[in-house]
Design a protein. Structure first.
Length: 235
């Protein structure tokens, strides 16, 4: 199918097709080809509306209508200016879509991923609440909720300056994300160890629990060592 030039917004029928295709396990590229849309349009649509596992056509349609009503006028939001390194804004936007989709696939909720990507790709590593609202075309409450989630995991922080609230990414965000993964490994190890003791290691279920607990204990140990090594090397 020929790619549309100056294509209009996605229709409800197209969103239904996207939802059905995602449920069938089809890729963004396949969906884009079937609908005659660009891959970035599909990835942006999915990332903006819950991600691959939570995308629903009806909710996506309602969200789009709500965002359109919130726009102050008929003029579209201006694209971001070129980065300090001279990168093409369109190429940066496509990268941000794919970066966001990757985060969603690895377990970061959609809105939290979108905010973190914006912080990651800004030269200063920070944006004001108003800047995030404008860039992502969502409510201030959605931004605040996303930042709160990131704060709880040590990935971002709030700063009050010049009567405005700034949201900043922690410089060692990669290390903090790794530490969060280590904590999840610790939980797995502890709960499966408890299960092994409760069920008895002589039983098949207890033996399975014990093996699982040992696996996560070793994995946690290796992850901690690796994190400290790279933190010292890159810090």
């Amino acid at each position: 199918m020929t790619l549309r030039v100056n294509a209009p917004r996605l229709s409800f029928e197209e969103r239904r097709s996207i939802g059905a295709a995602l449920s069938a396990g089809r890729s963004f590229a396949e969906i884009a080809r079937d609908l005659g849309r660009s891959r970035s349009t599909i990835s942006r649509e999915v990332a903006r509306n819950g991600g691959v596992g939570r995308y629903q056509a009806g909710r996506a349609q309602q969200a789009t209508t709500w965002r359109a009503r919130r726009k102050p006028g008929p003029h579209p939001v201006e694209p971001p200016p070129p980065t300090a390194g001279g990168a093409d804004p369109q190429a940066v936007g496509d990268f941000e879509d794919r970066f966001t989709a990757m985060m969603i696939r690895t377990g970061v909720p959609a809105m939290m991923a979108r905010v973190l990507v914006c912080l990651f790709t800004s030269d200063a590593g920070e944006l004001t609440a108003g800047e995030l609202v404008t860039r992502l075309q969502v409510s201030p409450a959605s931004i605040s909720k996303a930042v709160r989630w990131l704060e709880q995991r040590g990935l971002a922080r709030r700063e009050r300056r010049d009567r405005r609230e700034h949201y900043a990414m922690n410089d060692d965000v990669w290390y903090r994300a790794w530490q969060a993964s280590v904590r999840s490994m610790t939980d797995w190890a502890e709960y499966t160890r408890e299960g092994a003791a409760l069920l008895g290691t002589a039983s098949p279920a207890g033996a399975r629990m014990q093996t699982t607990s040992r696996f996560f204990q070793l994995l946690r140990h290796d992850m901690l060592q690796a994190a400290e090594h790279w933190r010292r090397s890159l810090g």
